[in-house]
Design a protein around this ligand. Sequence first.
Ligand code: SF4
Length: 93
Amino acid sequence: MFCFQCEQTAKGEGCTKIGVCGKQPEVAALQDLLIYAVKGIAQVALEGATVKVNDPAVNAFTCEAIFSTLTNVDFDAARFVTLINDASSIARP
Ligand code: SF4
């Protein structure tokens, strides 16, 4: 795991074994995967915007997904699995 998301990060450099905040490596990996998926969705959304295609549900999901990784208060791995599956569903035609 490697996380340097917040000011609590170990030695000011990054948490590598377990988060100072309590984040487990499994959750860090799931958050990374979710961000990776959302980056892919964002690329498609931006391309769609160039031809005036806009999906408010995708926009709302993007905000929800990104925010879920920011708060550092809910480290429920199952929640991230659900969000990753939702991202996958959005990405499929
Ligand atoms: S969010 Fe947690 S794991 Fe990430 S840098 Fe901050 S304390 Fe470390």
